[in-house]
Design a protein around this ligand. Structure first.
Ligand code: F6P
Length: 491
């Protein structure tokens, strides 16, 4: 962890994201905290706890500005304050255009291969520009030094790096894109492609999860922007700024905080089965996601149907417990995803359920990290069947939760995590029958093989943890800062 501070001693660190790490809700007159279902927050929060600084995010809870000090600066986490959370409040119009509209009906389907048509509206774009400017103003207002390290997160803020660069030319701007980057043909659908590219190229460093996404980005720049690309060093020079474009596969805290309070795995097995009425002694698979159409939730339910059809010996002896947090529900595509999944679960349950037993239990509810970890520790199999996913931290959290070195991970080949977790059973979620077979294989796997695979995956995640991720980016940033100082001294 010390690399965070050692590499950039004295540097002011700021994180910018749409999603805030702690949502403050008002319940029965009391302020209650919720930790959001967000890979981005899972990854960045331990970093901020370790190195301190300011996190600027969109305030989304029902306990709004009036509940805290007038500048809306909160010290978090509440139990051991380590950094400042500065929340920005958005009007309904801003929220509709910037978040639901441009970010989630435009950029999200543009970047994920899930066959949902991206929708681009000029009015959404206007709000996206305005909200990016609002966050840029907040960065300038919060910055105490001329050269802070600004960590810009995700597709909500493609324009922010350039806006900040223009006003804080000495800042080190590290932008991380948490979702895939499409190929140039797909990217060309976006009516504001040049603005998006040149906005991102205000960054000192631009990170993606995989080399493949870096190549897609460089190819998009090559096609649509006047620039010099040095493919050998993976840099782009546009105007008078240079951006290093590199893969930094994101990860999780090791050991995760949520593990500390967990009972032994066999107690988790019992308590989860008791809670959901799953017969003791039968096998359990779990799925944990947001209700997003990229996650392939209905597809995995069909795979359960296929498993039970091909291997009827599992009827009555296996359950898939799927928890899914409702998300972005104002958008039709998300409401339809939930209906489609519920319909698929009901069909499989109707066909195979008997004597009070059902193969699929679907819980459409947000779960706090500790509860998710108990589910992971109770499971024989964790099923991640994303149709497309930048990384997928659920897969890494499952591995981190299993300090008993047991459990099988079934993982989509279209999640970035499949590059690193090669001992998982890798599946194509479009191939329902093979996904059913992978489930059968996972449920029948001998203990020694489960242990060997889990040990190797744990080794990988424990070494390539979130501090390693941040450390590599900050090391690259420190090198750039030193090189720039040398260049200045030569001039
Ligand atoms: O990790 C990708 C991501 O889109 C994050 O940006 C985001 O925090 C998370 O998924 C959940 O989405 P949302 O913040 O829109 O609920």
């Amino acid at each position: 962890r010390s690399v965070l501070r050692d590499e950039l001693p004295g540097a002011e660190v700021m994180v910018i994201s749409n999603r805030e790490p702690y949502i403050h809700n008002l319940e029965d007159g009391k302020v209650m905290l919720q930790r959001p279902a967000s890979g981005l927050v899972t990854a960045l929060e331990p970093i901020m706890r370790a190195c301190g600084g300011t996190w600027i995010a969109h305030g989304s809870g029902s306990a709004d500005q009036s509940m805290v000090d007038e500048n809306d600066h909160l010290q978090v986490p509440p139990e051991a304050p380590a950094y400042t959370l500065r929340r920005l409040w958005l009007s309904d119009e801003e929220q509709d255009g910037y978040y639901y509209g441009f970010a989630n009906e435009g950029m999200w389907p543009l970047c994920h291969i899930a066959f949902v048509r991206p929708t681009f509206r000029a009015s959404d774009w206007e709000q996206y520009v305005a909200v990016n400017r609002k966050f840029a103003d907040a960065i300038i207002a919060e910055a105490r030094t001329p050269n802070p390290v600004v960590l810009v997160q995700d597709y909500h803020f493609a324009l922010l790096p350039k806006m900040v660069r223009e006003r804080l030319p000495e800042a080190t701007i590290i932008t991380f894109w948490h979702i895939p980057w499409p190929n140039p043909e797909v990217f060309s659908i976006c009516p504001w492609k040049e603005e998006i590219l040149s906005g991102l190229l205000g960054s000192s460093i631009l990170g993606f999860h995989t080399q493949f996404h870096c190549i897609n980005f460089l190819d998009s720049v090559d096609r649509f922007l006047e620039s010099h690309i040095d493919r050998e060093h993976s840099t782009v020079r546009a105007g008078n700024s240079t951006t290093l474009v590199r893969p930094y596969p994101i990860s999780i805290e090791w050991p995760p905080t949520a593990l500390a309070s967990q009972p032994p795995a066999d107690e988790c097995c019992e308590s989860v089965r008791r809670k959901y009425g799953i017969p003791i002694g039968t096998k359990l698979a779990v799925g944990v996601e947001r209700f997003d159409y990229t996650k392939g939730i209905a597809d995995r339910f069909h795979a359960v149907g296929s498993l039970l059809e091909a291997h009827p010996e599992w009827i009555g002896r296996f359950t898939l417990l799927q928890v899914a947090a409702p998300t972005r529900s104002r958008l039709a595509a998300y409401r339809e995803t939930q209906v489609e999944a519920e319909t698929a679960a009901a069909a499989v349950n109707e066909r195979f359920g008997r004597n009070g037993w059902v193969p699929i239990i679907l819980v459409p509810k947000h779960h706090e990290p500790e509860d998710v970890f108990t589910l992971f520790r109770a499971a024989d199999v964790c099923l991640v069947s994303s149709l497309h996913d930048g990384m997928n931290l659920v897969a890494k959290e499952f591995v981190a939760s299993r300090d008993d070195e047991d459990g099988v991970l079934v993982l989509s080949t279209f999640a970035g995590a499949s590059r690193e977790l090669q001992e998982a059973l890798i599946v194509n979620p479009y191939d329902i029958r093979s996904m059913g077979e992978a489930l059968h294989m996972g449920l029948s796997m001998p203990a020694e093989q489960r242990r060997e695979r889990m040990r190797l995956m744990r080794e990988m995640v424990s070494e390539h943890n979130i501090y390693f991720w941040a450390g590599r980016m900050l090391l690259d940033a420190a090198r750039m800062r030193k090189r720039r100082n040398i260049e200045y001294s030569i001039e």
